[in-house]
Ligand binder design. Sequence first.
Ligand code: DP6
Length: 328
Amino acid sequence: MSKNHSVTHKACSNIALIKYWGKLPIQLPMNPSLSLTLTNSLTQTTWEVSDGEFKIDVYFEDEINKSFQNKIQSWLDKLDSRFEFLKSYTHTIKTNNTFPHSTGIASSASAFAALSKCLASLYKLETDQDLEIEDLSHLARLGSGSACRSLLTGFSHWGYESQEYASPLKNVSDKFKKLNDAILIVSTEAKKVSSSVGHELMMNHRFKDQRVKTANYNFIRLKKAIFEGDFDIFSQVVEDEAMMLHALMMTSQPNFCLLHPNSLILIEKIKDYRLKNKVEMCFTLDAGPNIHLLYTEESKVDVENFLKTECKDLLVKDIIFDYGESSF
Ligand code: DP6
C-alpha cells in the first residue's frame, strides 16, 4: 500500500445480558458475558490513510474529537507488530453513529468493532491477507472489551470459550431468534462514571468473589434458557444481572447511583404489567439510567400497548426501537 486509500465499515452496538464488569490487563474479563448485537444502532467509520508522517486526526459527527483520538491512539499502541505498517502513514478517521449519545446504547462497542473492520481492510491492502473473525474480535477487544461481541450478530458470548475474543451463541430456540429492544430514555445526562472506572472499582470490591461466582452461574442459566426458549428463566437472569450491575456500583468505594427516579418507576411498571398480562418482556440496563425493554415477537402488540399507555410521560426522548436476530 503506497498511495492514498480509504476504507469504510459499519458495526452495530450490543446490549449485555450477562454483564462484563471487572477486568484484568489487557482487557481480559473477570467473568463470562453474553450480549445481543443490535441491528439499527450502529457506527459507520471511514479510515483514510495517505503517505506522510504518522499522525491521526479523528472526527466524530464531523467535528474533531480529541478524547476519541486519545482512545484510538492508545488502542493502536496495544496492537501487535503486524500493524507496524500503520506508522508509515497519516490517518484521518471519520465516524458517525445512527443513535444519539448518552441514551444507554454503548457507542464504544460499535465504534471499536467498526474500527477493527477498517483495520482488517487496511491490513488486507498492505499484505493481501485476510484476518479471521476471531482476530477481528480480539482487535476490537483491545479498544473496548464489549466491542469484541459486536463483531458477531445475534447473541454472542465472551470469556467462556475464550477470554481473547467473542464467539456466537448457537442453537438459539425459535422464541429468541428475534428479540426486540425498546430503549426507554429517562435521561440524556453524561455518565457520572466511565465504564473503565467502574471496571477498576471491581478490583477491590468487597463482593467481587460473589459477583464472579454469580456471573458464571447466571451465564449457564441464561444459555440454557435461550436454548430451551424459556422466557421466565431468561427474564429472571437478565433482570438479576441488571440489578446486580447497579448494586455493585452502589456498593463500590466510592459509590455511584446511576439510576434515575423514573428508571425505578419504569422497572416496577414493567414487572406489574408482565404479571397482570403475561407478556414476554423484561428489562436490562447499561451502566446508566436508561432502560432496555426486551420482548419477543409474540408479545409485540402487548408491549406497544404498554409503551403507549404507561411509559410515554416518564421519557425525555422518543423511544428507540431496535432488535437482534440470530441466524444459528
Ligand atoms: C456495563 O466495554 O465499555 O456495558 O473495556 O473499559 O471499554 P472497556 O469497558 P466497556 O464495558 C462495558 C460494561 C457494560 C457491560 C457489558 O457491556 O458487558
